[in-house]
Design a protein around this ligand. Structure first.
Ligand code: PMP
Length: 402
């Protein structure tokens, strides 16, 4: 994997006088030259608005944009590119479902089932949908080790549940949820399912048809693509029934002064000029990731997470949260007496980029009794040597703050 480091120019710099170690990949990943070059090429050669132009550049831009949609479709095993809606990211994708699908289909007495480990992006939009429609929120609890309590699911999955939305991999605990089983069990009671794949799409193979989900959301910037581009996958049958959310250009068939008719999906959900360059960048990111292979990336990230989990657990004063295995490529940890913000800043002074905070999981953080944690999250260009450097810095912090 170390050969791939050369593809990421940003990694080759010093941070606070030390070689940079970038372990904040769950927040956003770095971008390889192939993606940067695709953006440059698009703006230098093809830039124009898509779909409505009758000129060469517009046709080229449209082809590039739609090629990216087809790449996304095959990347996640969708039945067709029409099931792929471009959004700003995971957050916007979930808001689309909560507002458009939720607004049309949720009613008083219905239950929106979530888990206790959801990112605020997969919680707040459902709080808003519940307030608007009269539906009720319920939560699948966690076991002591930070996995979903699948026994509690039996009692929770009643016919009133209209939607089950859950994260595939927790960005806080690293827990990998049994996505296929959750979708199968939800479907058995007639519930629609949404998978938040923000932390899995760039790390492991996804097949929406094998998972059996209705919706799946992810962000390009967490998988080598630029910020501002993301994806909502929606099963064709369900997208066909879902009304639009935003109105504007591109999503209409015809408009009169008083009313209009809408295009089918995906155009119905993409009002206004889309992030064309972002989609082109996402297509290039998919090519780059496919060139390495997701099974290799997954094995690599998980090996680094295990090395970090075992190493931090052995250090005096430290504790890692969440299950040891299965685990995505990240570890959240706390020290007995060092505040996570102090610890994260200490690491930054040594060139090590961690994330310190509530990781957009405030309710769970509160329930577990932590103000915040430090988190190290790994990607394909990180090395075992970097993990060992982190362990050395954490040992130093234990002595420094003693
Ligand atoms: N869900 C999860 C599990 C995440 O980790 C994140 C990003 N931290 C999001 C949703 C939101 O992603 P974005 O900010 O790219 O919309």
């Amino acid at each position: 994997m170390e050969a791939f480091r050369a593809d990421f120019p940003i990694l080759h710099q010093e941070a606070n006088g030390h070689p940079l170690v970038y372990f904040d990949n769950a927040a956003t990943t770095q971008k390889p030259k192939a993606v940067l070059n695709a953006l440059l090429h698009y703006y230098e050669h093809d830039n124009a608005n898509v779909h409505r132009g009758l000129h060469l550049l517009s046709n080229r831009a449209t082809e590039a944009f739609e090629r990216a949609r087809a790449k996304v479709a095959s990347y996640i095993g969708a039945a067709s590119p029409e099931e792929i809606i471009f959004t700003r990211g995971t957050t916007e994708a979930i808001n689309l479902v909560a507002q458009a699908w939720g607004g049309a289909f949720l009613k008083p007495g219905d239950v929106i089932l979530l888990t206790e480990m959801e990112h605020h992006s997969n919680l707040v939009p459902w709080q808003q949908a519940a307030a608007k429609t009269g539906a009720t929120l319920k939560f699948i609890p966690l076991t002591g080790s930070g996995t979903l309590d699948m026994e509690a699911l039996d009692g929770l999955l009643t016919p009133e549940v209209k939607l089950l939305a859950f994260t595939h991999i927790s960005n806080f605990l690293g827990t990998v949820n049994p996505a296929q089983e959750l979708c199968t069990r939800a479907r058995a009671v007639g519930a629609v399912t949404l998978v938040d794949a923000a932390q899995s799409a760039g790390h492991l193979e996804l097949d929406v048809r094998a998972l059996g989900c209705d919706f799946l959301a992810f962000s390009g910037h967490k998988m080598c693509a630029p910020t501002g581009i993301g994806v909502l996958y929606g099963r064709a049958e369900i997208l066909d029934k879902t009304p639009p959310w935003q109105g504007g250009g591109e999503m209409i068939l015809s408009v009169r002064y008083e009313s209009c008719t809408y295009k089918p999906a995906p155009a119905r959900f993409e009002a206004g000029t889309p992030n064309i360059a972002g989609a082109v960048g996402l297509g290039a990111a998919i090519d780059y990731i496919n060139g390495i292979g997701r099974p290799r990336i997954q094995a690599h990230d998980e090996a680094l997470a295990l090395r970090a989990f075992e190493g931090i657990t052995e250090l005096p004063g430290y504790r890692v949260l969440g299950p040891q295995s299965p685990r995505g490529g990240l570890v959240s940890f706390v020290h007995d007496s060092i505040h996570p913000h102090d610890l994260t800043s200490f690491c930054d002074q040594k060139g090590l980029a961690l994330r310190g905070g509530h990781h957009c999981n405030q309710p769970l953080m509160k329930k577990l009794g932590f103000p915040s944690t430090s988190r190290a999250s790994f990607y394909l260009y990180n090395t075992p040597g970097e993990v060992d450097r982190m362990l050395g810095i954490l040992r130093e912090a234990d002595r420094f703050f003693a």
